[in-house]
Write a protein that binds this ligand. Structure first.
Ligand code: LFR
Length: 466
């Protein structure tokens, strides 16, 4: 039996998902799961990369222990964050997390040279203060001696193989690529005094990095070929979307709502609505909008110390009739000290009824998300001059039946929910294409369709429950 391993690391947890092909279907098995949390260093939120790398190794060793050594593996993580290495291979400055509030300085620096309009025209990338371009211009410490720029998955791949490359889909989120050529925008680098030599060769998903380094082979007791998936998790997730011509919503810590397109859309309207054109598999683009997502409820759950599971929160929410909704994309929800209090404050400030019980809070979070999707769909339809009758919700969030019902009802759209493990599946499909087990993404999506359960929701369900 051949196995393929996806190491999928999100902002709150990571997983090793092993795939085999049985009876023409993908079969998944979770081998190992670990937590990922930001840590505070000198008052800054940072990633704990050494611990993450330890977890990567433990998960691989677990495959060896179970005698299921994968032929290939691929790593994906969230986007925009990076490490800088000096000429000794040591880290230059900290590995900042994108939710750290330090971008103001970089943002102001960049704005002195480029307007937001020009940046959008050049790169096609939405405005987010945490974009790498702003982060790279926000360091307090001198970074001029940095020799290598690696994004988080690039760095983890380097630790496994000794090879330094930059993977394209993740690089597109830096806002350093020219949308017309999909290569580094030399003007931006020059104007911002950035050393172009720190960047590596840029490789596409489904490229092979070759074997584990000899040291790693010894440590892990096996040899595995390392393949680049779309190393940006959302890039991998969108590969697993199975409905042609539908809206795609990758639902996890973030809600990433958009479409897949072969041509980027860079218009005044798309800029105003803050839609982005992220690089995808085969130079497809993800024309999408970042919506704050389930992060809000994850934080609420953390604050009550996991007193209720996510499905219990949904049950409590089902009993609520709280009517208010809030703007989920308000900056205050990016990394508040206390999410529950921040939600309450939102309503207090506006002198509106305040959700107090945990059921009301959860209900109001889900409904506010559904209304923000409705808004984003409206914008998307206006920009593309198309109407969409279906939304394909992928990722862990598509298991939330209440939210699916709300979306179908509030957005008046058919919901196709699944696959749940979209990111790991997309990651594995990139490996299968490299291994010539499937021909291309179209064939990969057919395989996904055959392999996983997909549910359908039509409107009115949630309304009839009220
Ligand atoms: C989702 C995601 C989004 C990106 C955000 C920050 O995990 O990768 O696509 O905008 O995290 O990196």
């Amino acid at each position: 039996m051949d196995y393929y391993l996806a190491i999928d690391i999100g902002a709150s947890s990571g997983r090793h998902i092993l795939c085999s092909i049985e009876d023409g279907r993908m079969k998944l098995e979770e081998i190992y799961r670990f937590e990922n949390n930001v840590i505070l260093k000198d008052n800054h939120y940072c990633w704990d990369i050494p611990t993450l790398f330890q977890h990567i190794q433990i998960g691989i060793k677990e495959c060896v222990k179970q005698n299921k050594i994968p032929k290939t593996l691929g790593i994906d993580t969230w986007a925009v964050d990076y490490v800088l290495l000096d000429n000794q291979g040591k880290l230059v400055d900290k590995t900042y997390a994108y939710r750290d509030y330090r971008h103001e300085k970089g943002y102001q620096n960049v704005l002195q040279k480029f307007s937001l309009e020009e940046l959008y025209q050049r790169t096609g990338i939405q405005f987010q203060k945490f974009n790498t371009l702003f982060q790279l211009n926000s360091h307090d410490q001198d970074i001029s001696h940095a020799c290598d720029y690696l994004m988080i998955p690039d760095f983890l791949n380097y630790l496994l193989t000794g090879k330094k490359v930059n993977e394209y889909t993740n690089m597109s989120t830096t806002q350093l690529l020219d949308i017309k050529t999909n290569t580094l925008d030399q003007d931006i680098l020059k104007q911002m005094n950035m050393n172009k030599d720190i960047f590596q060769d840029m490789l596409m998903p489904s490229s092979s990095l070759g074997c584990l380094s000899e040291d790693m082979q010894k440590v892990l007791g096996c040899n595995i070929e390392v393949i680049l998936p779309a190393t940006h998790d959302t890039g991998s997730a969108y590969m697993a979307a199975i409905e042609e011509d539908s809206i795609i919503l990758s639902s996890g810590t973030w809600s990433l709502l958009g479409i897949e397109t072969f041509m980027p859309i860079v218009s005044e309207e798309s800029m105003k609505a803050n839609f982005t054109n992220e690089g995808g598999y085969d130079y497809r683009y993800r024309f999408l909008k970042n919506i704050m997502g389930l992060w809000i409820i994850q934080e609420v759950s953390r604050e009550i110390k996991g007193k209720y599971s996510f499905s219990e929160l949904v049950q409590l929410a089902r009993k609520s009739r709280f009517e208010g909704i809030f703007d989920v994309n308000d900056d205050v929800f990016l990394k508040p000290e206390n999410m529950t209090r921040e939600i309450m404050r939102y309503f207090e400030k506006r002198k509106q009824p305040v959700p107090v019980s945990i059921g009301d809070i959860a209900y109001c979070v889900y409904r506010s998300l559904a209304f923000s999707y409705k808004e984003a769909i409206k914008e998307l339809e206006k920009i593309t001059q198309k109407t969409y009758s279906t939304i394909n919700i992928i990722g862990g969030g598509c298991q939330n039946e209440l939210l699916n019902e709300m979306i179908a009802d509030i957005c008046n759209i058919k919901v196709i929910a699944g696959p749940v493990e979209a990111t790991a599946i997309g990651n594995i499909v990139a490996q299968l294409i490299q291994q010539k087990i499937v021909k291309d993404l179209r064939e990969g999506r057919e395989l996904i369709r055959k392999s996983f359960e997909i549910k359908e929701y039509k409107g009115e369900l949630y309304e009839s429950n009220i």
